[in-house]
Write a protein that binds this ligand. Structure first.
Ligand code: HEC
Length: 166
Protein backbone atom coordinates (compact mmCIF):
# COMPACT_ATOMS: atom_id res chain seq x y z
CA UNK A 1 0.00 0.00 0.00
CA UNK A 2 1.54 3.32 -1.06
CA UNK A 3 -0.05 5.32 1.76
CA UNK A 4 1.12 3.04 4.55
CA UNK A 5 4.00 3.89 6.87
CA UNK A 6 6.08 1.14 8.42
CA UNK A 7 3.93 0.65 11.48
CA UNK A 8 0.50 0.59 9.87
CA UNK A 9 -0.34 4.29 10.33
CA UNK A 10 -1.55 5.92 7.13
CA UNK A 11 -0.25 9.30 5.99
CA UNK A 12 -3.86 10.36 5.79
CA UNK A 13 -4.39 9.81 9.49
CA UNK A 14 -1.14 11.64 10.33
CA UNK A 15 -2.27 14.53 8.17
CA UNK A 16 -5.68 14.56 9.83
CA UNK A 17 -4.18 14.67 13.32
CA UNK A 18 -1.85 17.50 12.27
CA UNK A 19 -4.69 19.46 10.74
CA UNK A 20 -6.75 19.07 13.90
CA UNK A 21 -3.85 20.35 15.99
CA UNK A 22 -3.32 23.33 13.70
CA UNK A 23 -7.00 24.25 13.76
CA UNK A 24 -7.11 23.88 17.53
CA UNK A 25 -4.02 26.10 17.79
CA UNK A 26 -5.64 28.76 15.61
CA UNK A 27 -8.82 28.60 17.69
CA UNK A 28 -6.82 29.11 20.90
CA UNK A 29 -4.99 32.08 19.35
CA UNK A 30 -8.32 33.55 18.20
CA UNK A 31 -9.83 33.20 21.68
CA UNK A 32 -6.81 34.67 23.46
CA UNK A 33 -6.77 37.54 20.95
CA UNK A 34 -10.27 38.51 22.13
CA UNK A 35 -8.79 39.65 25.45
CA UNK A 36 -6.86 42.38 23.66
CA UNK A 37 -8.74 45.45 22.51
CA UNK A 38 -7.58 48.69 20.99
CA UNK A 39 -8.77 51.78 22.81
CA UNK A 40 -12.14 52.97 21.51
CA UNK A 41 -12.34 56.24 19.65
CA UNK A 42 -15.07 57.66 21.83
CA UNK A 43 -13.75 60.74 23.48
CA UNK A 44 -15.89 63.44 24.94
CA UNK A 45 -15.89 66.14 22.36
CA UNK A 46 -15.63 69.82 22.73
CA UNK A 47 -18.41 70.50 20.27
CA UNK A 48 -17.30 74.09 19.84
CA UNK A 49 -14.37 72.79 17.81
CA UNK A 50 -16.53 70.58 15.61
CA UNK A 51 -16.79 71.21 11.86
CA UNK A 52 -20.54 70.63 11.54
CA UNK A 53 -21.29 72.55 14.71
CA UNK A 54 -19.28 75.57 13.61
CA UNK A 55 -20.29 75.54 9.94
CA UNK A 56 -23.93 74.62 10.58
CA UNK A 57 -24.95 73.03 7.26
CA UNK A 58 -28.55 72.33 6.20
CA UNK A 59 -29.83 69.37 8.23
CA UNK A 60 -29.70 66.73 5.47
CA UNK A 61 -26.18 67.64 4.42
CA UNK A 62 -24.95 67.54 8.00
CA UNK A 63 -26.56 64.15 8.45
CA UNK A 64 -24.87 62.81 5.30
CA UNK A 65 -21.42 64.07 6.26
CA UNK A 66 -21.82 62.60 9.71
CA UNK A 67 -23.02 59.26 8.37
CA UNK A 68 -20.40 59.00 5.63
CA UNK A 69 -17.29 60.52 7.21
CA UNK A 70 -17.41 60.94 10.97
CA UNK A 71 -16.72 57.34 12.04
CA UNK A 72 -13.15 57.68 10.74
CA UNK A 73 -12.67 61.43 10.77
CA UNK A 74 -13.77 62.52 14.22
CA UNK A 75 -13.14 61.82 17.89
CA UNK A 76 -16.31 59.77 18.18
CA UNK A 77 -16.92 56.52 16.30
CA UNK A 78 -20.21 54.61 16.33
CA UNK A 79 -19.01 51.04 16.53
CA UNK A 80 -20.96 48.15 14.99
CA UNK A 81 -21.14 44.95 17.09
CA UNK A 82 -18.50 43.13 15.04
CA UNK A 83 -15.97 45.81 15.87
CA UNK A 84 -15.51 43.93 19.14
CA UNK A 85 -14.08 40.93 17.32
CA UNK A 86 -10.36 40.67 16.85
CA UNK A 87 -8.65 41.18 14.46
CA UNK A 88 -11.46 43.36 13.03
CA UNK A 89 -11.14 45.76 15.98
CA UNK A 90 -7.47 46.43 15.24
CA UNK A 91 -8.13 46.77 11.54
CA UNK A 92 -10.77 49.42 12.26
CA UNK A 93 -8.61 51.20 14.82
CA UNK A 94 -5.98 51.52 12.11
CA UNK A 95 -8.43 53.12 9.67
CA UNK A 96 -9.62 55.53 12.33
CA UNK A 97 -6.07 56.45 13.31
CA UNK A 98 -5.08 57.20 9.73
CA UNK A 99 -8.39 58.85 8.85
CA UNK A 100 -8.27 61.13 11.88
CA UNK A 101 -4.61 61.81 11.31
CA UNK A 102 -5.44 63.23 7.89
CA UNK A 103 -8.61 65.04 8.78
CA UNK A 104 -10.31 65.39 12.16
CA UNK A 105 -13.68 67.11 12.03
CA UNK A 106 -13.91 67.13 15.82
CA UNK A 107 -10.92 69.44 16.06
CA UNK A 108 -11.72 71.56 13.06
CA UNK A 109 -11.12 74.93 14.70
CA UNK A 110 -7.58 73.88 15.62
CA UNK A 111 -6.59 74.03 11.94
CA UNK A 112 -5.51 77.43 10.68
CA UNK A 113 -7.55 78.91 7.83
CA UNK A 114 -5.09 77.89 5.15
CA UNK A 115 -5.16 74.29 6.36
CA UNK A 116 -8.95 74.33 6.54
CA UNK A 117 -9.16 75.46 2.92
CA UNK A 118 -6.72 72.76 1.89
CA UNK A 119 -8.68 70.09 3.82
CA UNK A 120 -11.90 71.17 2.12
CA UNK A 121 -10.21 70.96 -1.27
CA UNK A 122 -9.22 67.40 -0.44
CA UNK A 123 -12.72 66.73 0.87
CA UNK A 124 -14.22 67.70 -2.51
CA UNK A 125 -11.62 65.69 -4.41
CA UNK A 126 -12.14 62.54 -2.35
CA UNK A 127 -15.92 62.79 -2.32
CA UNK A 128 -16.26 63.67 -6.02
CA UNK A 129 -14.11 60.73 -7.05
CA UNK A 130 -15.99 58.54 -4.56
CA UNK A 131 -12.65 57.55 -3.06
CA UNK A 132 -14.18 58.24 0.35
CA UNK A 133 -15.69 56.62 2.32
CA UNK A 134 -13.43 53.64 1.73
CA UNK A 135 -15.21 50.81 -0.09
CA UNK A 136 -15.28 48.23 2.69
CA UNK A 137 -17.09 50.68 4.93
CA UNK A 138 -19.96 51.03 2.47
CA UNK A 139 -20.71 47.31 2.53
CA UNK A 140 -21.81 47.47 6.14
CA UNK A 141 -22.94 51.11 6.37
CA UNK A 142 -25.98 51.62 4.18
CA UNK A 143 -26.54 55.14 5.51
CA UNK A 144 -23.11 56.14 4.18
CA UNK A 145 -23.99 55.25 0.58
CA UNK A 146 -24.86 58.65 -0.82
CA UNK A 147 -26.72 58.91 -4.10
CA UNK A 148 -25.60 61.37 -6.78
CA UNK A 149 -27.97 64.07 -5.60
CA UNK A 150 -26.87 63.83 -1.97
CA UNK A 151 -23.25 63.90 -3.07
CA UNK A 152 -23.75 66.92 -5.35
CA UNK A 153 -25.47 68.87 -2.57
CA UNK A 154 -22.77 67.97 -0.11
CA UNK A 155 -19.99 69.06 -2.47
CA UNK A 156 -21.78 72.29 -3.39
CA UNK A 157 -22.12 73.17 0.30
CA UNK A 158 -18.46 72.37 1.01
CA UNK A 159 -17.47 74.60 -1.92
CA UNK A 160 -19.42 77.52 -0.45
CA UNK A 161 -17.77 77.00 2.94
CA UNK A 162 -14.39 76.96 1.23
CA UNK A 163 -15.16 80.22 -0.61
CA UNK A 164 -16.28 81.86 2.63
CA UNK A 165 -12.84 81.12 4.09
CA UNK A 166 -10.87 82.43 1.13
C1 HEC B 1 -13.90 53.74 7.14
C2 HEC B 1 -13.10 54.89 7.41
C3 HEC B 1 -13.26 56.15 6.60
C4 HEC B 1 -14.41 56.82 6.26
C5 HEC B 1 -15.83 56.44 6.61
C6 HEC B 1 -14.00 57.99 5.54
N1 HEC B 1 -12.64 58.03 5.45
FE1 HEC B 1 -11.52 59.53 4.67
N2 HEC B 1 -9.81 58.55 5.12
C7 HEC B 1 -9.75 57.31 5.75
C8 HEC B 1 -8.36 56.88 5.83
C9 HEC B 1 -7.86 55.58 6.42
C10 HEC B 1 -7.59 57.92 5.26
C11 HEC B 1 -6.07 57.99 5.12
C12 HEC B 1 -5.64 57.92 3.71
C13 HEC B 1 -5.60 56.54 3.23
O1 HEC B 1 -4.91 55.73 3.85
O2 HEC B 1 -6.25 56.25 2.21
C14 HEC B 1 -8.53 58.95 4.83
C15 HEC B 1 -8.15 60.13 4.22
C16 HEC B 1 -9.02 61.13 3.86
C17 HEC B 1 -8.63 62.41 3.33
C18 HEC B 1 -7.21 62.87 3.05
C19 HEC B 1 -6.83 62.37 1.69
C20 HEC B 1 -5.42 62.71 1.33
O3 HEC B 1 -5.19 62.95 0.13
O4 HEC B 1 -4.57 62.73 2.22
C21 HEC B 1 -9.76 63.12 3.09
C22 HEC B 1 -9.88 64.52 2.53
C23 HEC B 1 -10.87 62.28 3.47
N3 HEC B 1 -10.40 61.08 3.94
C24 HEC B 1 -12.20 62.64 3.37
C25 HEC B 1 -13.26 61.83 3.69
C26 HEC B 1 -14.64 62.21 3.49
C27 HEC B 1 -15.09 63.52 2.90
C28 HEC B 1 -15.40 61.18 3.94
C29 HEC B 1 -16.89 61.07 3.88
C30 HEC B 1 -17.53 61.32 2.63
C31 HEC B 1 -14.50 60.14 4.43
N4 HEC B 1 -13.21 60.58 4.25
C32 HEC B 1 -14.88 58.93 5.00
C33 HEC B 1 -10.81 56.60 6.23
C34 HEC B 1 -12.15 56.92 6.09
Amino acid sequence: MPFQTGNGITYKSIFKTMLKKILLGLLVIFIIAQFFRPEKNQHLRDLNEDFLRVMDPPLAIGRDIKAACYDCHSNYTNYPWYSNINPISYWMADHIKHGKGNLNFSEWTKYDTETQIHKLEEFVEEAKGRHMPIKGYLITHKEARLNNEQLAKMIAWVETVKKSLQ
